[in-house]
Write a protein that binds this ligand. Structure first.
Ligand code: HEM
Length: 145
């Protein structure tokens, strides 16, 4: 368990940290973007994204990259106090479907975890290009090079 915690990035990780964590496992940026796409299925607990809603930069303010309507939707399942185990889909557009909607959500500010949304900071051109190409081409996501 200790080793898992050391080698797994936290949900509030920055892009820089994600690249570093993956790099330690000899996984590159394509691996990071493609594997993160597994969040097209499954659920996350409120505690995993609460910081984004209420205290993103330790300033008692939300993450400004969160799209407004999505923010309100999340706030309704994840209150500021309590509700830590309330769950919501990582890909609310098509929760049970393994498709590229995870990427389509990210580019409109509807990624659930910080680690999802930072893939679209566009500070890293290679990562931004990968995300965009997966939004446009589902088969590329299904079998990355
Ligand atoms: C990029 C770094 C990643 C971070 C920071 C991350 C973090 C998380 C977190 C916080 C949750 C929700 C857990 C909870 O709230 O209980 C989650 C769920 C999940 N993650 Fe990741 N994850 C990452 C990458 C991956 C990868 C590479 C895979 C698989 C290839 C993966 C597969 C899943 C699945 C399937 C779920 C849903 C689990 C369920 O519904 O029970 N994640 N992840």
């Amino acid at each position: 368990m200790k080793l898992a915690n050391k080698n797994l990035p936290p949900p509030n990780a920055t892009l820089h940290r994600l690249v570093k964590f993956f790099g330690r496992q000899r996984l590159d940026k394509t691996d990071l973007v493609a594997l993160s796409g597994s969040h097209t299925i499954g659920m996350a607990r409120c505690v995993s994204f609460k910081q984004r809603l209420y205290n993103q930069h330790r300033d008692n303010k939300p993450d400004m990259t969160l799209e407004k309507r999505f923010y309100h939707k999340l706030a309704s399942v994840c209150p500021c106090t309590g509700g830590d185990n309330n769950i919501t889909p990582l890909d609310f557009a098509s929760p049970p479907k393994f498709d590229n909607s995870y990427y389509k959500l990210i580019v409109v500010g509807r990624g659930l975890l910080n680690s999802d949304q930072v893939l679209w900071t566009r500070k890293d051109p290679e990562i931004a290009h990968l995300v965009k190409s997966y939004t446009e081409n589902e088969s590329l996501f299904a079998s990355p090079p």
